[in-house]
Write a protein that binds this ligand. Structure first.
Ligand SMILES: Nc1ncnc2c1ncn2[C@@H]1O[C@H](COP(=O)(O)OP(=O)(O)OP(=O)(O)O)[C@@H](O)[C@H]1O
Length: 265
C-alpha cells in the first residue's frame, strides 16, 4: 500500500478513520470473512474512491463507514469519536447517497418533505439546533434545491416526476441538508448516463468545496472515480491491496490485481 499523505492535509483530524477493520457475515457454515484488516483514512473535504470487482467488499466497507454494521475487529472513528458516541451526539453528520434514489424516496411524499426529513433527527440531538419550524425548514429546503441546481418548484413534485439525474440531485440535497461531516456515495452516479454523470460529479465536487465534507466514493466506474476522488483505494477479496492518488493507481498501478481490474472494468 502506498501510504503517503495528500499534500496539505497531513495531521488534519480524519472525518473517517477505519483501522484494521475485519468482519465476517452469514450464518453457520456459510459464514465467511468479507473484510480483512481494512484501513481507510479520509480527511475533511477530501474524497477517497473505493474500487474493486463485484463482491470484493466495497458496500460492506461503506456500511461500516456509515455505522450500519459493526466490525468484528479493528476500530472506526468519525471525527475522532467512536461511532456510538458520535451518533448519539451528532446525528445527521454522516449521510449516504445511494444508487437508486427512486427506491429511497417515498413515492407518495413530495420531494420537499423527503429532503427536509433528516432535519427531524438532527433537531433531537444534544448538539442539534432544537426544533426547526416549518418556515425555517422550507427555507433550508429551497437553499439546498438551489445548491444542487434544482428549481424551487421541485419541492412540490413527486419522485416519479423527475428525471434520474434530477432525483440524484434531490438525493444529494437531502444528504447535505444536515451539514454532514462525512458522506458515503455508493454507486451514486452509476445509474445515470455519461453526460448526466459528469454534471452530477462536478456538482458533488463543487458542493464539497462549499460544505467541506469528507467522502467515500464507492464505484465500479473508473472514469467517475477519477473525477470524484483525491485518493483511490483498491479492494480485492475484502482487503485493500493498493492506495494512492488517482494518477498513481489508475495510470501507474502497482498491484497486479489493479492492472487486471483496469483491463476489465
Ligand atoms: N449479509 C450478508 N451475509 C452474507 N454474506 C454477505 C452479506 N452481505 C454481503 N455478503 C457477501 O460479502 C461479499 C462482499 O459484498 P459487498 O456487497 O460488500 O461487495 P461489493 O464489492 O460492494 O459488490 P458489488 O460491486 O457487486 O456491489 C460478497 O461475497 C457478498 O455475497
Amino acid at each position: 500500500m502506498r501510504a503517503e499523505e495528500p499534500a496539505g492535509t497531513a495531521g488534519a483530524e480524519a472525518v473517517l478513520d477505519m483501522r484494521g477493520v475485519g468482519v465476517a457475515l452469514g450464518q453457520g457454515r456459510r459464514r465467511r470473512t468479507v473484510l480483512h484488516d481494512v484501513t481507510l483514512r479520509i480527511e475533511p473535504g477530501r474524497t477517497m474512491g473505493l474500487i474493486g470487482s463485484s463482491g470484493s467488499g466495497k458496500t460492506t466497507a461503506g456500511r461500516i463507514a456509515l455505522g450500519l454494521l459493526r466490525p468484528d475487529t479493528g476500530t472506526v472513528t468519525v471525527s475522532g469519536m467512536p461511532y456510538s458516541r458520535f451518533r448519539r451526539e451528532h446525528a445527521g453528520k454522516v449521510q449516504a447517497v445511494l444508487q437508486s434514489p427512486q427506491w429511497s424516496f417515498n413515492p407518495r411524499r413530495r420531494l420537499g418533505d423527503s429532503i427536509t426529513e433528516p432535519l427531524g433527527v438532527v433537531a433531537r440531538t444534544p448538539h442539534g439546533p432544537g426544533r426547526i419550524d416549518r418556515e425555517a425548514r422550507r427555507e433550508l429546503c429551497l437553499t439546498m434545491l438551489r445548491q444542487v441546481g434544482l428549481d424551487p418548484a421541485h419541492a412540490g413534485r413527486y419522485p416519479h416526476e423527475l428525471s434520474g439525474g434530477q432525483r440524484q440531485r434531490a438525493a444529494i440535497a437531502r444528504a447535505l441538508i444536515t451539514g454532514p461531516e462525512f458522506v458515503v456515495f455508493d454507486e451514486a452516479v452509476s445509474a445515470l448516463d455519461v453526460a448526466v454523470q459528469q454534471k452530477v460529479l462536478r456538482l458533488i465536487r463543487q458542493l464539497q468545496e462549499t460544505h467541506g465534507f469528507g467522502a467515500l466514493f464507492i464505484s465500479h466506474d473508473l472514469a467517475a472515480t477519477r473525477i470524484a476522488s483525491d485518493r483511490i483505494a483498491v479492494m480485492l477479496a475484502g482487503e485493500i491491496v493498493e492506495e494512492g492518488s488517482p494518477a498513481d493507481v489508475l495510470d501507474n498501478p502497482g498491484h497486479p490485481y489493479t492492472r487486471r481490474l483496469l483491463e476489465t472494468l
